[in-house]
Design a protein around this ligand. Structure first.
Ligand code: 4AD
Ligand code: MG
Length: 475
């Protein structure tokens, strides 16, 4: 039985067995108290060790980090903060941990714990974060399943760059003139696996569109890779993305889906992760107190989550956003570092101003200049903008990027030529426009940025079990 289930039992002196890792040990050899956690809940169970029943030799092996099993009676606890405890009758030591175990019962910095990523699961903070991550992931599948979407597994190794940003991790290179040949003069695939240049995918979108042009409503939820050298608290080289793609949806439908989706999964976390969120909220408020006045959040974590699910997101065009920024007086009347004019790619200082200072809520920005967006976005009638949308979140920045897709073969080909994108590589993508094309839209939500928002963790490296960033691939 998991500790979560045991803690919910009515204590009737029934025999139970607790298995888990020791968090703390107090007391003397005659009577000691050991708190044990198995990761099923933020709460520990306390085992009361009576020196008459548990041999001292064995008790000596119980220390922070050790793995134990305790058999005994479940009784009501007199101590505060817990309803039940176990009166130990038998102790089994699975694995000892000496005093070099790095996760001792004291406050460790997140930086320190990042260097101990293989053991940080054993802290309250990280186990809470990863339980919430699980709950969000489960809610993602529930949301789409309930609405008749099909989960499509798109490839991880690809020969195309969906975003055209050239930020791909190379899997294989290929030089046609140097390809090893068989005796028959064919390319020898045993020697050169793909005989193509291949990379890790930056997005499952293009393949997702193929699925949507038959299954109508699909979503992907998989790892994506970006070889951008961004050492920020919002970027990973390997992150998980959720990408719905829907036939017959226009940009407005796409915005509605994005807003409904985010609210649904946040709501699921609020409902299903109460104890973990309450724990992280306390953590969030303590951190908040140590921040400079200006960066301090006026609200608790739970208030922020409630606010998002209860209020409409703001929706404005890029052009309107530029007007707001031009008319703005950023804090202390200082100008933005990066000057604002129509056509610029919005920098995080601009996005933060719009979301945190101006609207004070999530904002959906639409209709960006075509020059700063990908080739596949639907061109608007003004000839200048495309039917793009980004969803911006307080404290996070861009949570979602998406668009209505260009469904006209001619327009798509023209745009690709302008952007010098090779048609030959994407002939299969263009086929969807050639055979039974249809209006369709989709977006990508960066899962870690969502987990960051929900858990209140400041650094994206602390919401993925094994972060991949420049220079980091140890665990
Ligand atoms: O805006 P992006 O690049 O959009 C796409 O990849 C589209 N193909 C999605 C689509 O329309 N199907 O990325 C989408 C989201 C961003 O809004 C951000 O949340 C996240 O992915 N993201 C990252 N998250 C962590 N680390 C990075 N390096 C990220 N790059 C993008
Ligand atoms: Mg984007």
């Amino acid at each position: 039985m998991q500790i979560k289930e045991i803690l919910a039992l009515n204590p009737e002196e029934q025999q139970i067995e607790v298995k888990g890792w020791v968090r703390t040990k107090r007391g003397q050899s005659a009577l000691s108290f050991v708190s044990i956690n198995d990761g099923s809940t933020i709460n520990n169970i306390q085992a009361v060790m009576d020196g008459e029943k548990i041999p001292e030799e064995l008790m000596k092996k119980v220390s922070c980090g050790a793995c134990v099993a305790v058999k005994g009676k479940l009784v009501a606890s007199a101590g505060s903060g817990q309803n039940v405890e176990v009166l130990a009758e038998e102790l089994i030591i699975y694995g000892e941990a000496d005093e070099s175990f790095p996760i001792q019962p004291k406050k460790h910095s997140l930086e320190f714990l990042r260097e101990k990523a293989h053991l940080r699961f054993r802290t309250s903070t990280f186990s809470a974060v990863f339980r919430i991550r699980h709950a969000l992931s489960y809610a993602v599948h529930q949301f789409y399943h309930e609405r008749g979407f099909f989960n499509l597994h798109t490839p991880i190794i690809t020969a195309s760059d969906a975003e055209g940003a050239g930020e791909m991790f190379r899997v294989s290179t290929f030089e046609p003139n140097k390809a090893p040949l068989t005796e028959d003069g064919e390319v020898d695939f045993k020697e050169d696996f793909f005989a193509r240049e291949t990379s890790l995918t930056v997005s499952g979108q293009l393949e997702g569109e193929l699925g949507a042009m038959a299954l109508s409503k699909i979503y992907t939820f998989g790892p994506t890779f970006r070889a951008e050298n961004s050492n920020t608290t919002r970027h990973l080289a390997e992150f998980w993305m959720i990408e719905p793609e829907v036939a017959f949806n226009d940009l407005k439908d796409n915005m509605n889906l994005a807003e409904e989706f985010i609210k649904y999964v946040i709501n699921a976390a609020i409902k299903n992760c109460q104890e973990d969120l309450a724990f992280l909220d306390t953590r969030f408020q303590n951190e908040n107190k140590t921040k400079p006045q200006l960066e301090r959040s006026e609200h608790t974590l739970l208030e922020k989550l409630d606010f998002v699910i209860e209020n409409d997101f703001a929706r404005i065009t890029y052009t309107e956003a530029i007007d707001i920024l031009l008319a703005s007086k950023p804090h202390k009347k200082k100008k933005f570092k990066f000057p604002v004019e129509w056509g610029i790619d919005l920098q995080s200082e601009h996005e933060r101003y719009l979301v945190e200072k101006h609207f004070k809520k999530p904002v959906i920005l639409t209709d960006y200049p075509k020059e700063i967006k990908a080739f596949y976005m639907k061109q608007n009638d003004d000839g200048k903008t495309v039917a793009a949308m980004d969803v911006l979140f307080p404290g996070i920045g861009e949570m979602i990027g998406g668009s209505q897709r260009e469904e006209s073969l001619t327009k798509l080909k023209t745009r690709m030529a302008e952007m010098e994108i090779d048609e030959e590589n994407l002939w299969w993508y263009l086929d969807t426009r050639k055979f039974g094309t249809a209006p369709h839209s989709g977006f990508g939500l960066g899962f870690e940025r969502l987990v960051q928002f929900v858990t209140g963790m400041g650094n994206i490296r602390d919401v993925i079990p094994f972060p991949r960033t420049p220079g980091n691939v140890e665990f």
